[in-house]
Design a protein. Structure first.
Length: 248
C-alpha cells in the first residue's frame, strides 16, 4: 500500500487515512485485508500545538492498521442484489473540529488479480440511507464534490467535532447486472440428450473476479476554513455548500 501524504499551503494542513479492501466475487466471499496508514501534521497557533488526525470506522469500530474490512462477509455466499450492512464513517481522532473529505473508488480485479477496466465499477454499490453516494445531498451531512463511474468525492457540510464520526455509507450491494451472460458455449459433445435438449455452459464476465473499494479520508482545519479548503483541496467551499460561515 502506498502511503499518501499531502502538504497544504499556509495553515491548510492535511491528515490522511488510506485503506484498500478487496472481496472475492465467485461462489464465496473471502476476507479482505486492509492495510492503512494514518498520518498527521501539526501547525503552531498562539503557542499551542494542535494536530489534525483522521480515521475510518466500520460498523462502529475503528479500523486498525492491520485490520480487516468486510469481515462479516467471510465464508458467506454473495448473492447479487443482496444488501449487506456496512457502516463506514469518517472519524475525527484529532484534538479540534475538522472538515472532512472522503474519496471512494470502486473497481474490479480479474482472476489474475490485475485491475481491469473492462468491468463496470458502478455495479459495486455503497449507499447511505438508500441513496447512492454520488446522489447524496446536504441533508446526509455530505455534499458531492465530483463523481465518475469509478470514484465519488464527498465533503462534510459541517466540521466533525473532536472524537466524532460522520457516516458516509451504511449498505453494500453488488448489482444483479453482473449476471448478464457473456455467452453460451456448447459442451464438447454437442449431440442432443434424450429429451432433445443440447447441453451448454454459460459463462459470465464477472466469473472469479474481485470487487475492490479504496477509501481515503482526509481533513482540514476550521480556522480560515474557506481558504484552507481552497488551498488543500482546490475547491470553493461556498459553491459546494460547505458551511464555512460558522466555522471558528
Amino acid at each position: 500500500m502506498n502511503t499518501t501524504k499531502r502538504s497544504a499551503r499556509g495553515l491548510a494542513l492535511l491528515a490522511v487515512f488510506l485503506l484498500t479492501v478487496a472481496a472475492l466475487i465467485a461462489i464465496m466471499a473471502s476476507t479482505a485485508q486492509a492495510a492503512l496508514t494514518k498520518q498527521s501534521e501539526t501547525y503552531e497557533a498562539t503557542l499551542e500545538l494542535t494536530s489534525l488526525e483522521v480515521g475510518l470506522s466500520e460498523n462502529g469500530n475503528p479500523v486498525a492498521g492491520e485490520g480487516t474490512l468486510l469481515g462479516g462477509l467471510k465464508d458467506k455466499t454473495i448473492n447479487p442484489g443482496e444488501k449487506f450492512d456496512e457502516q463506514l464513517g469518517a472519524m475525527n481522532t484529532g484534538d479540534q473540529p475538522e472538515f472532512m473529505r472522503v474519496s471512494v473508488r470502486t473497481y474490479w480485479k480479474d482472476i489474475q488479480g490485475k485491475k481491469t477496466t473492462e468491468l463496470d465499477p458502478s455495479l459495486i454499490e455503497l449507499t447511505l440511507g438508500g441513496t447512492e453516494l454520488k446522489s447524496l445531498t446536504s441533508n446526509s451531512g455530505w455534499v458531492v464534490g465530483s463523481s465518475t463511474q469509478e470514484q465519488t468525492v464527498l465533503y462534510s457540510v459541517n466540521p466533525v467535532d473532536q472524537g466524532g464520526t460522520l457516516l458516509f455509507a451504511d449498505t453494500l450491494r453488488i448489482d444483479p447486472g453482473i449476471l448478464n451472460s457473456k455467452g453460451q458455449t456448447p459442451l464438447e459433445n454437442q449431440g442432443k440428450i434424450a429429451d432433445g435438449v443440447t447441453r451448454t455452459t454459460i459463462t459470465y464476465d464477472y466469473d472469479g473476479c474481485k470487487f475492490c473499494v479504496d477509501i481515503e479520508v482526509d481533513s482540514v482545519q476550521t480556522h480560515n476554513a474557506a481558504d484552507a479548503i481552497k488551498g488543500a483541496w482546490g475547491v470553493d467551499a461556498n459553491s459546494l455548500g460547505i458551511n464555512v460561515g460558522g466555522a471558528a
